[in-house]
Write a protein that binds this ligand. Structure first.
Ligand SMILES: C[S@@+](CC[C@H](N)C(=O)[O-])C[C@H]1O[C@@H](n2cnc3c(N)ncnc32)[C@H](O)[C@@H]1O
Length: 299
């Protein structure tokens, strides 16, 4: 099976505005589709650093001397780039979330389609699994996760079912979770509902919001002036953080003025509105459906 079909490939590449001898970072290597296309546009002296925290991604690394693969969480981007003496770079690409491979491997526990342990870790070394979250978080933490990361409307009822069930038996598998929450799962919209519940758990397990904030903050320190930040997100909360940060340099989107009243603008927005896949791309690759791409240039 195809590991992952790259989304908005041309748009991401155009957004990076690749200089043949530039230094680029793909912080979400996955199947390597975007990285491969970056390498095709780089000259002999160009460089690409690629990050992925999932061991499985390593089987996609091409033999190419211009590529350095770093098997780490991208929240450590700045430190690892420093280690490789690449303190300033010309472009950073982030294609957030999980790959098709991660969804399609039943035992990873990401998908509502398979019976599996409630795992959902992108990094197989990490200690926090979805089962741990479900069995150990208190009611308020769980409500927050389902509301903020899944936009689940009946989070109160959902959490009550979970916390009642776990008194008698720990919740360990996807099927068990589906059965427990069946009374609050809408009959004809069960797929969408379960997808939201699973998405919320996945975002928490992988600490996706905090690591994104860390990445965005570091991008400002690492990019050369004129360097491009290209971020593709699949969730409104992530997209809002990206949008605010590109507009104002902070996550709240607060306009900050200096002593003289000048507005601080660390980036020039290249995309005023996010780019989204065409009908044709969605037809070809339904997983591209919710993608939103934003591009900014460091000032
Ligand atoms: C949507 S896929 C990227 C697909 C890739 N652009 C391609 O064309 O194949 C996201 C990938 O990023 C990785 N990933 C997500 N968050 C990460 C993080 N914080 N640090 C390192 N890798 C991460 C996932 O393991 C996954 O392989």
């Amino acid at each position: 099976m195809n590991y992952h079909q790259p989304v908005l490939l041309k748009e991401c590449l155009d957004g990076l505005q690749i200089k043949p001898d530039g230094v680029y970072v793909d912080v979400t290597f996955g199947g390597g589709g975007h990285s491969k296309a970056i390498l095709e546009r780089l000259g002999a002296n160009g460089k690409l650093f690629a990050f992925d925290q999932d061991k499985d991604a390593e089987k996609n690394i091409p033999a190419d001397a211009r590529l350095t693969f770093i098997p780490q969480n991208f929240m450590y981007m700045k430190n690892f780039l420093r280690m490789y003496e690449a303190t300033q770079v010309d472009g950073i690409l982030a294609d957030l979330g999980v790959s098709s491979h991660q969804f399609d491997e039943a035992e990873r526990g990401f998908s509502i389609r398979f019976e599996a342990d409630l795992d959902m870790r992108m990094n197989q070394q990490s200690k926090k699994t979805a089962a741990k979250v479900l069995n150990e978080y208190d009611e308020n933490q769980l409500k927050h996760i389902f509301r903020a990361y899944g936009e689940v409307e009946n989070a109160y009822k959902l959490v009550k079912l979970i916390t009642d069930a776990r008194i008698t038996q720990p919740i360990t598998t996807t099927e068990q979770l589906k059965t427990i929450i069946a009374p609050c799962t809408p009959k004809f919209k069960d797929h969408q509902y379960l997808a939201k519940v699973f998405q919320a758990l996945r975002i928490e397990v992988n600490n996706e919001i905090d690591v994104l904030k860390e990445l965005l903050t570091q991008s400002l320190e690492v990019l050369n002036v004129g360097g491009r930040l290209v971020v593709m997100s699949y969730h409104s909360l992530e997209d809002r953080l990206v949008k605010n940060f590109m507009k104002t340099g902070n996550f709240e989107g607060d306009v900050i003025k200096d002593f003289y009243g000048n507005i601080a603008r660390p980036f020039e927005l290249i995309t005023k509105k996010p780019l989204t896949p065409s009908e044709e791309e969605i037809e070809r690759n339904s997983r591209s459906r919710s993608a939103k791409l934003r591009v900014a240039e460091k000032q």
